[in-house]
Design a protein around this ligand. Structure first.
Ligand code: AMP
Length: 239
């Protein structure tokens, strides 16, 4: 007889990867899961944007290279991103798990991550969020973020209560520099050329991989990811 699934409250998430094309909702979902499971979200995009927005760091050769690649929708070199993730994984808040959002994006990053995780208490599980490509452009161009609390809105599907202002009183929302139609096409190209192979890499590890339909409202996607994670961790190889 199979064991019953654990409740979310007594569940150890371990390392979780959220995969998917730009705009599928990785950041939105990672923030919700982070609160629920009390583990950090590690977004390589957010880490890189913090470098880009820090005048001292942005002025370094690495910082200015990262800025120009990000602004044109291309991937930042693996060596730089891997080093940023390696540093973040030394923080004690990652001990019981974390949600990697936007990493790995190349096969090289995925293989590097495997070498980092050999000594970790649980193997990584990967959830691919899929959304039809025609929906993604609207999500990207409608996206607005609060620069203070990081809440993500969408002008078409999840608008703020009052015009372009954060619902939590933090002032004006911002649009990411790379959330334009032109840069979106470059980001999709990078996804198809490099990141889709990463999804196949994890798909081959069937017991550690699952697909979730991201073309539903935010709460329904969270619910699907939650039950998918419980099932993946219920598998004897992953618990
Ligand atoms: P995101 O916020 O995840 O959409 O990332 C924004 C941009 O940061 C991407 O378009 C890339 O230029 C860069 N970036 C984020 N994560 C990675 C990664 N894992 N590898 C390479 N570049 C990345």
């Amino acid at each position: 007889m199979s064991k019953p699934l654990p409740n979310a409250s007594d569940f150890l998430p371990g390392p979780v990867l959220l995969l998917g094309a730009p705009g599928v909702g990785k950041g939105t979902q990672a923030k919700l899961l982070m609160e629920e499971f009390n583990i950090p979200q590690i977004s390589t995009g957010d880490i890189l944007r913090a470098i880009k927005n820090d005048p001292a760091k942005a002025a370094t050769p690495e910082g200015s290279m990262a800025k120009s690649l990000m602004d044109s929708g291309q991937l930042v070199p693996d060596t730089l991103v891997n080093a940023l993730v390696a540093e973040r994984l030394t923080h004690p808040d990652t001990e019981h798990g974390y949600i990697l959002d936007g990493f790995p994006r190349t096969l090289n990053q995925a293989e590097w991550l495997d070498t980092q995780l050999v000594a970790y208490l649980l193997p990584v599980v990967a959830v691919n969020i899929s959304v039809p490509q025609q929906v993604l452009l609207e999500r990207i161009t409608g996206r607005r973020c609060c620069p203070v609390c990081g809440t993500i809105y969408n002008l078409y599907t999840q608008p703020p209560k009052s015009d372009n202002a954060c619902d939590f009183g933090h002032g004006q929302l911002e649009q990411r520099q790379d959330d334009t139609e032109e840069v979106f096409h470059e980001r999709m190209k990078a996804f198809e050329e490099k990141t889709s192979a990463v999804i196949e890499y994890y798909r081959e590890h069937g017991n550690r991989f699952a697909e979730v339909n991201g073309d539903q409202d935010v709460a329904a996607v969270t619910q699907s990811i939650r039950s998918t994670l419980l099932k993946l961790r219920h598998h004897p190889e992953n618990s």
